[in-house]
Design a protein around this ligand. Structure first.
Ligand SMILES: O=P(O)(O)OP(=O)(O)OP(=O)(O)OC[C@H]1O[C@@H](n2cnc3c(O)ncnc32)[C@H](O)[C@@H]1O
Ligand SMILES: [Mg+2]
Length: 405
């Protein structure tokens, strides 16, 4: 049976960060779904009871396979499980084995209050590469990939790589048809297959056949922490101060002061999208950028992106009765190079007046809103009604949505 999206197993010893990888990937790639075997086992009762010593459910593999067969055969599943040999070869297009430093794993499992025996067996399993061996034994070598998962940077780059390797084609039509990972791509992650006779699998079978009921909660919390942060790229200190004042502490604002080229002769949305793509390419990661425009009703929304000094702005309107203007702020967020920017726009309507108030920030002294120019307002006042505030409200709502879906 062919499928248009691949099935990917993300495996590794409990505590390597499987769930978090699966969730981020599912969020990034339309059509791909996170299939948590932990949850299926519990919800559909695919188990043979509870192992008190290991504080884990004992999985009924046949029942599990029957339960998920239809879903997996349709494709687009990211299977989250710390064993992989039970899934038929024909179902699977890529197997990612996550690896972690032993000390990091110890700390993570300790934080989950694993009983000492379970903790030790998991550590042994990681040290002896049990799951890597199992993946190698169960699937064609070319679809098995080993990736480090020690910190959030590793995770971001792993998810980027897996995403980049999900091409649109028919999977599951004979050997190699859904092959995603090329040997060359992974020359820096080459897997050393140790001698099969020393395979420690039999003595550690329990680790592979029991499930932990503590993985998802911690991982979810990590996901939340990660996504509550933005890297705001701007050359404008005043903007940064306002963005921080509006978003923090709910969303942490880190920043890099880069002067980005702004394309000319385009709509404000195009200017911002282009700026965002450049920023993501430059920093090779997630970015937030912003572009602000002033639009005069009398001039059919000009100057728009072509803002002059505020003297020039007043002169532009000299011959016009209508002094009404819109301050428009467009933020663009990209998850990284190659990711389509998402736009958040805020508009505050006011009028252009002769300058009043301190000239600290651009055209603040000449933009009047309900009797006060931006420059006459306190920072708090401006940040409650400004174009920037309104755009950031939308961004915050979107961030919240990401956390709950
Ligand atoms: O690095 P970036 O973020 O692009 O910063 P920039 O200073 O180039 O900013 P824009 O192109 O978005 O803005 C065009 C002009 O509008 C001014 N400006 C932006 N937001 C403003 C605000 O809230 N109040 C007053 N002036 C503002 C800003 O100082 C610039 O001179
Ligand atoms: Mg600029």
């Amino acid at each position: 049976m062919s499928r248009s999206l691949p099935n990917i197993i993300i495996t590794g010893t409990p505590g390597v960060g499987k769930t978090l990888h699966c969730e981020l990937l599912a969020e990034r790639v339309p059509g791909m779904k996170h299939l948590s075997v932990n949850d299926v086992v519990k919800e559909k009762e695919c188990h043979e009871g509870y192992d008190e010593e290991f504080q884990s459910w004992i999985v009924d593999e046949d029942k599990l396979l029957d339960t998920i067969e239809e879903q997996v055969k349709a494709g687009g599943c990211i299977i989250d499980w710390h064993a992989c040999d039970l899934f038929p070869k024909s179902w699977i297009d890529l197997v990612v084995v996550l690896r972690v430093d032993h000390t990091t794993l110890y700390d993570r499992l300790k934080a989950r209050n694993y009983p000492e025996n379970k903790l030790q067996e998991n550590l042994d399993s990681e040290i002896m590469e049990v799951l890597l061996q199992e993946a190698r034994d169960s699937y064609d070598e070319e679809i098995v990939v080993e990736l480090q998962s020690n910190d959030t940077e590793d995770m971001e780059s792993n998810v980027d790589r897996i995403e980049a390797w999900i091409p649109q084609r028919n999977y599951g039509e004979g050997p190699g048809s859904g092959r995603i990972v090329k040997e060359d791509d992974y020359s820096d992650n080459k897997i050393d297959i140790s001698n099969n006779e020393q395979n420690p699998k039999p003595s550690l079978w329990r680790v592979l056949n029991v499930i932990s009921n503590t993985v998802p909660r911690k991982a979810l919390k990590m996901a939340h922490d990660i996504r509550q942060q933005v890297n705001f790229i701007t050359g404008n200190k005043n903007k940064l101060t306002e963005v921080k004042a509006i978003l923090e502490p709910a969303i942490q604002v880190d920043s890099r002061a880069l002067d980005l080229i702004e394309v000319q002769a385009a709509t404000m949305e195009e200017v911002t999208i282009d700026k965002c793509r450049r920023a993501a390419d430059l920093v090779m990661g997630p970015v937030l950028v912003e572009d602000t425009c002033l639009c005069f009703d009398a001039l059919n929304d000009l100057p728009g992106p072509y803002i002059l000094g505020h003297d020039g702005l007043n002169k532009l309107l000299a011959g016009h009765e209508d002094k009404s203007a819109k301050a428009v702020c467009t933020f663009a967020y990209s998850a990284g190079p190659g990711h389509e920017p998402i736009l958040f726009q805020g508009i505050t309507e006011g009028k252009i007046v002769p300058a009043r108030g301190p000239a600290n920030f651009g055209w603040d002294p000449i933009f009047e809103y309900e009797g006060k120019t931006y420059a006459e307002m306190t920072k708090e006042e401006k940040n409650k009604i400004s174009h920037r505030f309104k755009a950031l409200q939308k961004l915050q709502a979107w961030f919240k949505l990401q956390l709950t879906t």
